[in-house]
Design a protein around this ligand. Structure first.
Ligand code: BEZ
Length: 257
């Protein structure tokens, strides 16, 4: 199903800047080298694509959202960006590495994604990614689905747009394609939200669109308020709400032969 989320580049760069902020650390797993040809899959507005380019690698950013790609081109005119779907992309020039931060959990058919990545890599090429892992934002998802269902009768779990696998599940998919998994890491990364006690409302407005299809504006407001009430005692720490993010970080290699 195509996501109903509006990928608004302004919000992404302002309220959601933590997405690429946290991702900088992932570049230490990629270790881009001068002259390497690298794909940043799900590049958003291009901040990490740019960071990778600082290593003098030749990096290309790809994202399914035209708005994100437009903004990325404005911000970084010297870098190549293209629209593309992670489930089905091809390249005439194989990459030395494919990198992806905070994007793969939106791609609901991981076998197709991994297959596209495999085909796009040179022998010896590497795949480095971080995205939501098993149990990611579970407190938020449970509360939201309960509230949507109670208010509308919609079976909200059927609208869940995300894929949050365990190390075992994702390693299996990688190995089935032929990858050798080098490193895998599942960890908690509580993520500070802006706007104090209203923090979750902004988060839901940006990311929760799939749950709200066909629901009136007033009802959405009510659902966000009730969800916020439920999660607040669980997610409030000292001075802010912290979303219960859990990350899965993977490094895999396409063997030489
Ligand atoms: C994440 O980065 O983990 C995430 C982002 C949006 C919705 C759900 C999870």
């Amino acid at each position: 199903m195509k996501s109903l989320n509006q990928w608004r580049a302004d919000e992404y760069d302002n309220q959601l800047a933590f997405v690429s902020g946290y991702g900088k650390n992932l570049i230490s797993w990629l270790q881009p080298q001068k002259g390497e040809y690298i794909l940043d899959l799900g590049c958003g507005t291009g901040d990490l694509t740019y960071e990778i380019s600082l290593a003098e690698a030749e990096v290309v950013g790809m994202d399914a959202s035209p708005d994100m790609i437009r903004r990325a081109r404005e911000k970084f005119p010297d870098i190549e960006f293209m629209e593309g779907d992670g489930h089905q992309f091809e390249t005439n020039r194989p990459y030395d590495a494919v990198f992806s931060n905070a994007a793969l959990h939106w791609m609901r058919n991981p076998r197709l994604v991994v297959d596209s990545i495999w085909k796009s890599l040179k022998p010896g090429g590497r795949f480095v990614a971080e995205f939501g892992g098993k149990g990611n934002v579970q407190i938020i998802v449970d509360a939201l689905e309960e509230v949507v269902e109670r208010n509308t009768g919609i079976r909200a779990s059927e609208r869940n747009p995300w894929y949050f696998p365990s190390i075992g599940e994702y390693s299996y998919i990688l190995e089935q394609s032929g990858f050798v998994v080098r490193q895998a890491y599942h960890y908690d990364r509580p993520t500070r939200l802006v706007d104090g006690e209203q923090g979750i409302v902004g988060w839901l407005a940006h990311f929760g669109g799939d749950y709200f299809a066909g629901i009136s504006h007033d009802e959405i407001q009510k659902i966000c308020h009730e969800t916020s009430q439920i999660v607040l005692p669980h997610l409030w720490k000292e001075d802010a709400m912290y979303a219960d993010y859990k990350r899965l970080r993977m490094e895999a290699v396409k063997p030489e032969s």
